[in-house]
Design a protein around this ligand. Structure first.
Ligand code: CDP
Ligand code: CDP
Length: 216
């Protein structure tokens, strides 16, 4: 049985959905590292910080405390922000914030410690490359940009946020570009990872596929 599972890939590929269902089925901890980057982003937005001011960003990070619950709720300094971290403003700001080396350094140790505290399924952009390079199983989950944007658009609609599909696609393409081209821990296929293109697979099919690999 494999104990540390790393899932990376671009926005809307199905990482969160698949990782949380897989973790529930295995009785493993689910670690959503993107939620942590989103919480830091929300914190900096609320503080009104210019993120070019790296010294200030570094100082303010000392004030940040993030907690993820088993059910996927997110707390920032004791206050629940599960919904607030998924607004269009955070979607727009999160990739520039996640490109800052101060922010990555701040979250790296927390994420690694959390992922190694129990058998876990951890998902993000640099899990198999930086956070858990020695993971027992590494997956790179992707799908075409149009399919990923449609999934995200539907997800937002279900949550009562009606946003133009073209804007969702543009945000996804912009984040893919920034995440893949930054100098610190860029999004790329980790060495030894298995590529799964979920464009024409249901989430159940993806969960089954990875579940069988974990048990091999
Ligand atoms: O769910 P979605 O794919 O939209 O995004 P997310 O997983 O919540 O991640 C939001 C953003 O955080 C990404 O676009 C990356 O900029 C950043 N991120 C990262 O840099 N490294 C990670 N391990 C996870 C997320
Ligand atoms: O975390 P990431 O941004 O990679 O994706 P997500 O937040 O899990 O969003 C994926 C959305 O697409 C969810 O609404 C899923 O129900 C849906 N979906 C999927 O995850 N996997 C498929 N193979 C098909 C649809």
């Amino acid at each position: 049985m494999k104990k540390t599972i790393a899932i990376d890939g671009p926005a809307g590929a199905g990482k969160s959905t698949v990782a949380s269902e897989l973790a529930a089925r295995l009785g493993y901890l689910y670690v959503d590292t993107g939620a942590m980057y989103r919480a830091v982003t929300l914190f900096l937005i609320l503080k009104g910080v210019d993120i070019q001011n790296r010294k200030l960003v570094q100082e303010l990070l000392d004030e940040v405390e993030i907690e993820l619950t088993e059910e996927g709720r997110v707390f920032l300094n004791g206050k629940e922000v599960t919904r607030e971290i998924r607004t269009p403003l955070v979607d727009q700001m999160v990739s520039p914030v996640a490109a800052l080396k101060e922010v990555r350094r701040f979250l790296r140790t927390k994420q690694r410690n959390l992922a190694l505290s129990r058998p876990s399924v951890t998902e993000g952009r640099d899990i198999g490359t930086v956070i858990l390079p020695d993971a027992d199983l590494k997956i790179f989950l992707t799908a075409s940009p149009e399919i990923r944007a449609r999934r995200r658009w539907l997800q937002l609609k279900e949550r009562g946020q009606k946003i133009d599909y073209k804007l969702v696609l543009r945000n996804i393409l912009e984040r893919d570009y920034i995440d893949s081209n930054r100098s610190e821990a860029p999004l790329k296929m980790p060495e030894g990872a298995l590529l799964i293109d979920s464009s024409f697979l249901s989430k159940e099919q993806v969960v089954d596929l990875i579940y069988n690999l974990v048990r091999q």
